[in-house]
Design a protein around this ligand. Structure first.
Ligand SMILES: Cc1cc2nc3c(=O)[nH]c(=O)nc-3n(C[C@H](O)[C@H](O)[C@H](O)COP(=O)(O)O)c2cc1C
Length: 255
């Protein structure tokens, strides 16, 4: 239903704000006949908001990039739900400029690993500037990418640099890099929340993935994410996150 034509009725599911607001909460906000629908939003009490915020932060604090995977299988529906979660991301002009390629295929994973390791060997031995290896050393990474064949799933996120317009011409997408970054973050959060682990792997350069995974020229691989259970003896680097003071600046006149 178009918001303009709903006769001012308060729809269900709008929560306290709708009940407390005597004014009609809808107004015409479109310049044409595109449909608008009421926002589904639930007002929460402050204590509940705080509890949820703390719980969310505490759960996210537990997330760690994992490089040692078990070969234990993972139900495809879980991967589908992670992809659907990632695809709820806000994105430039709602073009949803992403394609998720989900692989559970030993032969293909082997080929991805071989090609990735081929590039990574060159990167680690010839291409990597000293300033880069300096920050990678504490993470213990090298050109061996066993996670690509150990993990039951590998999801490759492709960014769509162009889109086909309704007149058949090709046009740009907007903020596709930012959009894919946000989508990847939400995907990673979903994977963590369901009790699995992942790694944001960026083999450098990544051009080989387009050909191997048969993606069109206007798509560019941005992240390779193995997903699964951690290996029983999985180890992670002992690194620490910056504090709030180190990452945030507030202009807050109330404190
Ligand atoms: C864009 C991006 C690229 C990354 N590339 C790699 C990579 O190629 N190989 C790797 O082992 N880790 C990679 N990482 C993982 C980071 O090293 C890791 O997130 C960081 O050390 C923080 O650790 P945490 O995720 O456990 O908090 C990447 C992460 C991001 C966000």
């Amino acid at each position: 239903m178009n918001a303009r034509h709903n006769g001012g009725l308060t729809p269900p599911n709008l929560g306290l704000r709708a009940l407390m607001n005597p004014e009609p909460i809808f107004e015409s906000r479109t310049m044409d006949d595109r449909p608008f629908i009421p926002l589904h939003w639930t007002e929460r009490l402050h204590d509940d908001m705080l509890r949820r915020a703390e719980l969310n932060y505490s759960e996210l604090s537990e997330r760690r990039t994992t490089r040692d995977f078990s070969d234990r299988d993972v139900d495809r529906r879980l991967i589908e739900l992670a992809i659907l979660s990632g695809s709820t991301a806000p994105n430039g002009a709602h073009l949803q400029p992403w394609t998720w390629v989900a692989i559970r295929n030993e032969e293909l994973q082997k080929r991805v690993r071989e090609a990735a390791e081929h590039e990574e060997r060159k990167t680690y031995s010839e291409r990597m500037p000293e300033a880069w290896s300096e920050v990678l050393t504490p993470l213990g990474t090298d050109a061996v990418k066993a996670h690509l064949t150990d993990a039951p799933w590998v999801v490759v996120l492709f960014k769509q640099k162009k889109r086909q317009r309704s007149n058949g011409e090709w046009g740009p997408t907007y903020y596709a890099t930012e959009s894919c970054g946000i989508a990847a973050g939400m995907f990673i959060q979903a994977v963590h929340n369901m009790g699995l682990v992942t790694l944001t792997h960026t083999p450098s350069p990544m051009g080989f993935l387009r050909e191997l995974l048969e993606r069109p020229r206007h798509e560019e691989a941005v992240l390779v994410m193995p997903i699964g259970y951690p290996a029983e003896d999985a180890m992670i680097p002992d690194i620490h996150r910056k504090t709030l003071d180190q990452v945030a600046v507030f202009f807050d006149e109330q404190s």
